[in-house]
Design a protein around this ligand. Structure first.
Ligand SMILES: [Zn+2]
Length: 456
């Protein structure tokens, strides 16, 4: 049917239909209904994102491929997928295009590039006080239809949020090792493994996955894009599990009674300690007028994740990257490992060259490796927090190497030149990242997995 024929059936000019066809204008519901009638399908058929047939899917993929800069750069005449072009030919072209794109893809970040990308992202987060209002709104919109009324999000509500976006969830035991979740876009099915890894509880992973779709992410263009998407998806998950409105009213109340605490936030919303502490940084500056910092480090002091807008100075390399650097021995995140009860909150004041901070550190028992999570604020703001009355006080002169990095002189005199330690292989944040559209994910594994489960 030509646009003119269809236009005659629905009483619209072909030019109007052309605007719709090219996505330049959104149709009214009444027009969708008349179009469906004229085409002999249901309005739902027209609204569905999924292609109606394998052939249509191939045609759409071919259109998209030709728009890709790598394809367009070849300067070939535009190929219209007319009826005389066999599906096998389109499949063949798409396979060639996929290979072209793979070869052209920027080699995935070297460790230096990855760390520079991380540093850039952290600077952007600091500028915004780690608050992303558009993601808060997306989370609020996702919660609105399921009748959320405060407190922890029930499993039933969580699944309603997911099904409201047209997805179903399957828990499996054979998820590819390199993936936290895999989504079958054809059947709109999210596969998860039923286990908990620190901040990445199955609930959080499910919402992080959904976040990519709700926020309209497409396959990451480069490593910086991949990182940004991951931050946004994690933010979305936290904003659904610890919703802004409920959390802010809880935190304001706690602040008024000078009883702010990460544990309470964790308990009220039933999330991991790490998520509660990190979520606090989203809301603290925008809603409570508090600057703060957050650090996640392992028992040897290596930093995995950090955020600050309170002026605390983290160790950094020449690219400005913090990940992989070692935290001062006297900071809470390391002191907590020496505490008699490392799973209880460890409160401490730390004098540093950039000022005195009050911090609470806790080892998140959810993770097998044992990561310390620290939340800290400038000295003056300790008064709003539970644990402000601690008498523990440490002094740190880092990055001055005489603080804790250089061995004490007497030890050095005894052992200099007489020690040969063999280093333990280090964390993935420091190693080269494997290439691919989704860094670190084994695509062959993922496709084989999807194939195994598609027929279920
Ligand atoms: Zn130090």
């Amino acid at each position: 049917m030509t646009l003119a024929e269809l236009g005659a059936r629905v009483g619209r000019a072909p030019s109007v239909l052309s605007l719709l066809e090219n996505g330049r204008r959104e149709p009214k519901l009444s027009l969708i209904e008349s179009l469906a009638r004229a085409l002999g399908v249901t309005p739902e058929d027209l609204m569905r994102r999924q292609a109606p047939s394998r052939r249509a899917q191939l045609e759409i993929a071919l259109e998209e491929a030709q728009r890709d800069p790598a394809y367009a750069g070849l300067g070939l005449p535009r190929l219209r997928p007319g009826p005389r072009l066999p599906s096998e030919a389109i499949e063949h072209l798409l396979a060639l295009f996929e290979e072209l794109r793979r070869l052209r893809a920027k080699p995935t970040a070297t460790p230096e590039e990855a760390r520079a990308a991380n540093a850039g992202l952290r600077a952007m987060m600091r500028d915004r006080g780690n608050y992303f209002s558009e993601i808060e709104q997306a989370a609020a919109r996702a919660l609105a239809p399921v009748g959320y009324a405060g407190g922890a999000l029930s499993q039933g509500m969580l699944l309603s949020v997911v099904s409201h976006h047209g997805f179903t969830v399957r828990y499996v035991t054979d998820l590819p090792r390199t993936a936290r979740s895999v989504t079958d876009l054809r059947h709109r099915r999210i596969y998860l493994r039923q286990e908990s890894l620190g901040m990445h509880t199955p609930r959080a992973v499910l919402l992080q996955t959904l976040g990519h779709f709700v926020l309209g992410h497409s396959a990451p263009a480069d490593f910086a894009d991949f990182l940004r998407q991951r931050v946004e998806a994690n933010y979305f998950a936290a904003a659904v599990l610890v919703p802004e409105q409920a959390a802010v009213s809880f935190l304001r109340h706690a602040k008024e009674s000078r009883n702010l605490s990460v544990e309470d936030l964790r308990d009220v919303f039933s999330v991991s300690y790490e998520m509660a502490a990190h979520r606090f940084t989203n809301l603290a500056t925008h809603h409570l007028g508090l600057t703060c910092h957050f650090v996640k480090n392992d028992a040897s002091g290596v930093i995995y994740k950090a955020y600050e807008n309170d002026g605390v100075v983290f160790p950094a390399d020449v690219t400005g990257a913090i990940e992989g650097q070692r935290l001062c021995r006297f900071w809470s995140g390391r002191q907590v490992f020496a505490a008699a009860d490392r799973f209880s909150p460890h409160y401490q004041y730390s004098d540093t060259p950039s000022g005195t901070y009050w911090c609470v550190a806790s080892v998140d028992p959810g993770s097998e490796r044992g990561y310390a999570i620290t939340l800290g604020v400038p000295f003056d703001d300790a008064r709003w927090f539970r644990g402000r009355d601690t008498t523990r006080r440490m002094s740190s002169a880092c990055p001055d190497p005489s603080c804790c990095q250089r061995p004490p002189a007497d030890l050095a005199a005894r052992w200099d030149g007489m020690a040969w330690p063999s280093a333990r292989a280090h964390s993935h944040v420091l190693s080269a990242l494997p290439s691919g559209s989704f860094p670190g994910v084994d695509e062959a594994d993922v496709y084989a997995f999807l194939d195994r489960h598609a027929a279920e």
